[in-house]
Design a protein around this ligand. Structure first.
Ligand code: PLP
Length: 270
């Protein structure tokens, strides 16, 4: 009998035979990592799909968060939400930063902007809000506070793949937005993540940082980390992009087959 159980966190995988040609290509080229062809194609495919101009792929969302903070040279205290996965505040602690927890709005479950100003001190340099469960934060109110107090805003957008507002991708707000492509996410690359960058200059700096600080073969310009996405992870992302994502007419609003099943069974329309 067919298994009719609906799993809340069952990762979506395409049929194995669809992935095999991608593996064959990796075996033929012997390019396994370091910004190979699948990595480059996936960056372009995601820019097109999400409606953003610059994206840097990462090995996972946590390393992407840590690198995003490094790239903006954030110091001191960072205002964030207590209602998130531990990676949000751990990324701050790994950078030697002090998380300052501001309570959430009980309806949206996102950082309550009306409580942020009271938590700002002379040490505050940034805000790290989370678009919890993909529900957009009050980006206008957060942006106004950041402008007034000259603070950086790094959105933890781990749950917000493909989320849009009237003006386009929700990922365009703030200084940087960070995605997770973990197995449990709407779009997965087994493990993976990305930073959405506002311009080519910030993407270049982030690309250096995720590649040991290398700017070319022999030139090391910063203290970097290894945050690169491999060709295997990129290949799975590209396969998703060439299959269920390309079937969506409305950019950013499609859902993968597993999510469609959840929604159908919950009586919602996918
Ligand atoms: C809100 C949030 N931030 C960060 C992460 C970390 O992402 P990753 O698992 O890709 O490292 C996750 C989840 O997995 C998350 O839910």
């Amino acid at each position: 009998m067919a298994d009719s159980t609906t799993y809340v966190t069952k990762p979506f995988l395409p049929p194995l035979e669809e992935f095999l040609p991608y593996l064959q290509e990796i075996w033929n080229s012997r390019i396994l990592a370091n910004g190979g062809p699948f990595h480059q194609q996936l960056e372009q495919a995601l820019c097109d799909y999400l409606g953003v101009e610059h994206i840097a792929l990462f090995t996972n969302g946590t390393i992407a968060l840590i690198t995003a903070l490094q790239s903006l040279r954030v110091t001191g205290e960072v205002i964030t939400t207590p209602y998130s996965f531990v990676a949000t505040s751990h990324s701050l602690l790994w950078n030697g930063l002090r998380p300052i927890f501001v309570d959430i709005d009980p309806v949206t479950l996102n950082l309550d902007p009306t409580r942020i100003e009271a938590a700002i001190t002379p040490q505050t340099t940034a805000i790290m809000p989370v678009h919890c469960y993909g529900h957009p934060c009050d980006v206008e109110a957060i942006g106004r506070i950041a402008d007034t107090y000259n603070l950086r805003v790094i959105y933890d957008a781990a749950h917000a793949f493909g989320v849009r507002d009237e003006g386009g991708s929700i990922l365009r707000h703030g200084d940087l937005s960070v995605l997770s492509f973990h197995a449990t996410k709407v779009f997965n690359t087994f493990e993976g993540g990305a930073i959405i960058c506002p311009d080519a200059k910030s993407k270049t700096r982030i690309d250096y940082l995720k590649n040991f600080g290398h700017a070319g073969e022999t030139n090391v310009v910063a203290i970097g980390i290894n945050g690169k996405m491999s060709e295997f992870n990129s290949a799975l992302g590209l396969l998703h992009s060439n299959t269920w994502m390309s079937k969506s007419k409305n950019v950013g609003t499609s859902t993968p087959p597993t999510a469609c099943v959840y929604m159908e069974r919950a009586g919602l329309h996918a």
